[in-house]
Design a protein around this ligand. Structure first.
Ligand code: FES
Length: 167
C-alpha cells in the first residue's frame, strides 16, 4: 500500500498543470483555486506543480508546499480506482461511525490516506457529507450512502471487488 508522495510517476504532469495555473493565476487568493483545479483535473496534486505554482504566484516553494500539506483534502499521490471516504464528524460518530471506521480499517487493511497495493481503493476520512440524518455516511467516488452498518459496508466492498477493486 502507498500513501506517500514519492517521486512523480509521470513527470509530464508539469505540462498538464501549466495551463491550469495560467487560467487561475490572476484570481485573488489564487493558490487554493489552482490547487483545487489541479486536483479536479488529475485526481491529485503532483510535486511537479509546486515550483510552477510558486513561480506563477511569485512566492516560495515552501509556501506552496505548506498550503498543500495543511489541507488534507489535497492528495499528494494518485488515488486508487475507487475512493472510499468515511465521515468522522459528530453525527456519524454518535451513530456508529467509530465502530464502522474500525471495521473498515480492519477489513481493508488500510489506514486513512492509504491505497491498496493493487491500486484499487483509497481510504480517506471526511468531515460531514451533509447526510447527517442518515448517519453514518460514506462516499464512494461520487455517490453518498447513508445508514452504512458493517454488513452494508461489507456488501459495498464486495461490489467494488466485483468491478476490479480488491483491497
Ligand atoms: S456528520 Fe456525517 S454526514 Fe454529517
Amino acid at each position: 500500500m502507498s500513501n506517500s508522495a514519492a517521486a512523480d510517476p509521470a513527470p509530464d504532469h508539469a505540462g498538464q498543470v501549466g495551463p491550469i495555473i495560467a487560467a487561475h493565476r490572476d484570481r485573488p487568493g489564487a493558490m487554493l483555486p489552482i490547487l483545487h483545479a489541479i486536483q479536479r483535473h488529475l485526481g491529485w496534486v503532483p510535486g511537479a506543480a509546486v515550483p510552477l505554482i510558486a513561480n506563477a504566484l511569485n512566492c516560495s516553494r515552501a509556501e506552496v508546499q505548506g498550503v498543500l500539506d495543511f489541507y488534507h483534502d489535497f492528495r499528494r499521490a494518485p488515488p486508487g480506482r475507487h475512493v472510499l471516504q468515511l465521515c468522522r464528524a459528530e453525527s456519524c460518530q454518535a451513530l456508529g461511525g467509530l465502530a464502522l471506521e474500525a471495521h473498515a480499517r480492519a477489513v481493508l487493511g488500510l489506514d486513512y490516506y492509504q491505497t491498496s497495493a493493487d491500486g484499487a481503493l483509497t481510504l480517506e476520512p471526511v468531515y460531514c457529507l451533509g447526510n447527517c440524518a442518515c448517519s453514518p455516511a460514506v462516499r464512494v467516488d461520487d455517490e453518498i450512502l447513508g445508514r452504512v452498518d458493517q454488513e452494508r459496508f461489507d456488501a459495498l466492498i464486495a461490489g467494488l471487488r466485483g468491478v476490479g477493486a480488491t483491497a
